[in-house]
Design a binder for this molecule. Sequence first.
Ligand code: MSP
Length: 641
Amino acid sequence: MASSFYITTPIYYVNAKPHLGHTYTTIAADVARRFHQMKGEKTFFLTGTDEHGDKIVKAAEADNTDPATYADRISDLFKNLWPHYRISYDRFIRTTDQDHIAVVKYILQKIYESGDIYFSEYEGLYCYDCERFFTSRELVDGKCPDHGKEPVAIKEANYFFRMSSYQQWLIDYINDHPDMIQPERYKNEVLGFLREPLEDLCISRPKSRLQWGITLPFDQNYVTYVWFDALINYVSALGYPDGENFKTFWPHVRHIVAKDILKPHGIYWPTMLKAAGIDIYKHLFVHGYWNVEESKMSKSLGNVVDPIYLKDTYGSDAIRYFLMREMTFGLDSSFSEVALINRINSDLANDLGNLFSRVLAMFRKYFKGAVPDWNPYESEIFGVDLKADAHEAIHAFSADMENFEFHKGLAAVWEYIGKMNKFVDSAAPWELARQESGRRQLETVICNLLEGLRVVSGLIYPVMPDTASTMLKHLGQNPDRPFYVIDELYKWGVITPGTKMPKAVSLFPRIDPETIFKEPSGGGDQNDKSSLTEPEIGMDDFARIDLRAATVISAEKIAKADKLLKLEVDLGFEKRTLVAGIAQFYTPEELTGKTVIVLANLKPAKLMGVRSQGMVLAAVDEENGAVAVLDRHIPAGTRLK
Ligand code: MSP
């Protein structure tokens, strides 16, 4: 029976739009899955979104909406992005899916009954951005190492998972399964964490502080800590405990994550599985960060690279290739459009594209478009054996892809492409064509090159499925096969005599950087700050936005909503009630009497039970907030243009 392969990506938080970092991981998963399909394995590919927790509540508040509506919207952005990059998953899971919620409750109950979850009062340092408690040892200069903020001391009663009791077990397990966490540096990092005493994990949040989560099955006053909820997606998606997919795929799981979430995956998840009596996952593959100008790409730094812009400008296959080839799996990499254009021009347009068009042009010229009667056993000519070289490339490629060393696998393919290019130059088919006696050699040279190109089309398939299919079609083969098969790549002589080939196309036209960077609003130049704003709009778009001067008549706090103020404002022609997410920056008294700017034609929305009829303009980030006010007297209701 064919073996199985189960690949997962992290489920992404719905507090921000997808960017190139998320796209990289999801493409890597797609590449791995296509490679395993080529091996004839039964595969399952899971991705999705992580939707509970404080982060999402905050993002929804900032967006003047409720968490469920907000999560729906951002989750769709992820879901709709993947087809642009030819990413085809089997399930897109959302932690708000009912079947997921049921499995989280089931596992919590199981662990609770086994005695590994207990209730206790806890006083600790809490980072709201990480949504977790820190020990003072974990802090850097008293601040959260990831967010650079001082955590807040809070005291509350919570439920705890006895993670500490699994510490020695986990150390032994990792040592007994040295390929569990790869590349090795990350295994060592996890073992490094485990050299310090492991604390128990706080797995609940009181509903008085957070409601947006899965209610604990054994205490209605608490919701589940978002990581305990999210990690379970990897088994709930398969229908754990009884689902057929769980039986088929769980024993073959590979998780891919970046190094930012090594700890939850390297420590929480295996101990949770152990406590729940579920087999430990097979492999965790950890990659580095994509940086832009030396900093990690992140929404708060404003340096995110938009995947849709990249695909529209360069095409999905070129981006997939660049991402897989440029990043050494496990290490950080720098993204720049200059590096991208260089790779497209050298590897794709020059090495692969030229070889393809040269060979096909010669084929048409010398054989009038139909494959001559050639002998595939004559794969060696002029001291070069393209079949033996192909086997070497397939072998190296397969081993590297198996280990998620995509960069190395592609380097092996390009080494083969380089050999073929050299062979064209040294065999000089144009010379052979001039001599009557060179006919047989000419046929052998060109037909071996065609076979070599067929092998290349198969080897690039996991990374560049569209290009693979174009190549195959132009080699006179059926491009509609669902996927390529490794075993067939080892065959030589698949392109049979008489095969006709359509007119060649240019696989990758060279890119002139001038054409990309000349437009100041092109959105691509890393130095062009306009790429950091929303796309351009015209005056007609702006005219639809009805901004008015408004006087704040009164303001008050909204019960149970730390961030929200209820304002009564005078718009001149009418009075309105608004809800504004600025309570952490202003007292109600400070706002009363100010002339603010109100978006007057915003669709009304209900927030914490209050109907908000418009929005007060304010500049807000995670730490600061300032309401826009008009700096001299102007009658309420005056329009801003
Ligand atoms: N929701 C959690 C994961 C729960 S999994 C049970 C989460 N979400 S996230 O939206 O922050 O996604 C983090 C992941 O996105 C990283 O692990 C990585 O896969 C990808 N990346 C985000 N930014 C990245 C880079 N700058 N570079 C590379 N990958 C990046 O953590």
